[in-house]
Each structure stands twice: as structure tokens, then as C-alpha cells.
Design a protein around this ligand. Structure first.
Ligand code: ADE
Length: 259
């Protein structure tokens, strides 16, 4: 996948791209990222990217010319409507980003992300250049850069070969519509707090059942809105076929952890 980012602050991305999973994905040529400074597409001596809003009001608005020119120069191919890559504007006015959208974007060969700033962007950019507007939540950031990093991170980890084991992305919270079950690692007893017995049993069917139970309990407690929407039909989030063996309940774990 190729990701092109248009921003006024390319330096903000360096830490993300030079670290961890992302750095490895770039080294392994699973993804390439190109940063474009919107200011490089201006023609005046002051490299002006913004101007006062027509009609008055506070703040500045990003001008259309540098953003159109930047996108058109990096996208020599067709307009998205005729099969070109999606051009995504990061903005609090956009569609709410989700795991489902991350999976959709991960299927694209190429993404172009525009990071908005100041009071907004000239409306003609929305009308005639971008194909999608994405928000990462109902709050206002000072620019689209952090939002673009969130989107890129969620997308890149879904690309085949990026995570060590494909299964680890499938188990993630939100992938199944449920939050992920509790995880434990060694030691078996820490400060007197025990790892649930079932996880040490080696009985894979029982472990799967326990995890499923815990995922449902956790989702019910923390995000009842998700549980209401989750697809619990067999095969998607399979319910155990036989009655549940008595296993450690969330309450019991909580109990043990409180001692
Ligand atoms: N730019 C500013 N706030 C944003 C948000 N919540 N999501 C995406 N881009 C933004």
C-alpha cells in the first residue's frame, strides 16, 4: 500500500514512522509513506497557505490552490470517481472512523490523506477534490495530523504480513464487535493475584469458551451499546455448543485481584 500525506507539519510524523510495527512494515516494503508539505505548492514569496474567510469571522481558512496542486501532482492518474485513489480529508465534520473503515481502507492500494488546519479548508476542496471526510472522534484537534496518524496506524496493522501473527489482529477488540477478553502472562501468581485456572488447563475448547464469555461480560459492562449491535450468530461470534463449564467469572477475578 502507498500512503500520501499532505500536511503543513511533516515533521510531526517522524516519530510514528520511525518506530515499531510501522518502521518494520516500511522496511519490509508492505507500505510506503510519502509526506508532502502543502507549503511547497504555493507560488508567492511568503508561501501563503491560508487566508481570511469571506464574510468575516475568526480564524483563517486553508486556500484551495496549494491543496489542489499538491493532490494533482501526486495523483497523475484518474480522478477517484474514475478509479483513482481515495482522497481523504481529516476533519471533525467527517464520518466517524471505526475498525470497519480501517479494514475498508486497508483493502485500497493507495490512500491520499489531507490534514486540515486553522478554522477549516475552502469548501471547494470538499466539493471538488476529496472523496471522503473522516473524523476520529467528537472533539476538535488543532490539526488533522494526529487524526491521520491514528487512521494510518489502524490501517497499516491490518495489512497482510504486518503483524507477526494474523490471529492477533483478528482477536482485537472491535474486530468481532466485542471487546477483547482479559489477557495474562507469567508469573502465574503475582503479589498473590492468580491467573484464572482455565488458562493454565491446556484445554483449548474450555479456554475459547472462557474467553468468549469474558468478552461478552466485559462488553456488557463497559460498552453495552456495542453488545446491542454485536453479531452473536453462530459462526461469526460462535456461542459455545455445550453448556458452559463453571469457569472463573469476571467477578471472581475481580475478587481475587482485590485481595
Ligand atoms: N481535525 C481536527 N479535529 C479532528 C478530528 N476529530 N478528526 C479528524 N480530523 C480532525
Amino acid at each position: 500500500m502507498r500512503i500520501d500525506i499532505l500536511t503543513l507539519f511533516p515533521q510531526m510524523f517522524q516519530g510514528v514512522f520511525d518506530t515499531g510495527i510501522f518502521q518494520r512494515a516500511v522496511a519490509d516494503k508492505l507500505v510506503s509513506v510519502n509526506l508532502y508539505n502543502i507549503r511547497d505548492y504555493t507560488h508567492d514569496k511568503h508561501r501563503t497557505v491560508d487566508d481570511y474567510p469571506y464574510g468575516g469571522g475568526a480564524g483563517m481558512v486553508l486556500k484551495p490552490e496549494p491543496i489542489f496542486e499538491a493532490v494533482e501532482s501526486i495523483r497523475p492518474g484518474p480522478h477517484p470517481e474514475s478509479g483513482g485513489p481515495p482522497v481523504i480529508l481529516m476533519t471533525p465534520q467527517g464520518r466517524l472512523f471505526s475498525q470497519k473503515l480501517a479494514a475498508e481502507f486497508a483493502r485500497q492500494e493507495r490512500l491520499i490523506l489531507i490534514c486540515g488546519h486553522y478554522e477549516g479548508v475552502d469548501e471547494r476542496i470538499r466539493q471538488h477534490l476529496v472523496t471522503d471526510e473522516i473524523s476520529i472522534g467528537d472533539y476538535v484537534l488543532s490539526g488533522g495530523e494526529l487524526a491521520a496518524m491514528v487512521v494510518i496506524d489502524a490501517v497499516v496493522r491490518l495489512l497482510p504480513g504486518v503483524l507477526g501473527s494474523e490471529a492477533s489482529a483478528l482477536d482485537d477488540s472491535h474486530v468481532s464487535g466485542l471487546l477483547e477478553y482479559p489477557q495474562y502472562t507469567r508469573p502465574e501468581v503475582y503479589r498473590g493475584w492468580l491467573v484464572p485456572q482455565v488458562l493454565l488447563s491446556g484445554n483449548h475448547a474450555q479456554i475459547a469458551r472462557w474467553r468468549r464469555e469474558q468478552a461478552i461480560i466485559r462488553t456488557r459492562e463497559r460498552r453495552p451499546d456495542l453488545l446491542a449491535k454485536a453479531n452473536l450468530s453462530p459462526g461469526v461470534n460462535p456461542l459455545p455448543e455445550s453448556p458452559l463449564e463453571p469457569t472463573t467469572s469476571a467477578e471472581e477475578i475481580e475478587e481475587s485481584n482485590n485481595h
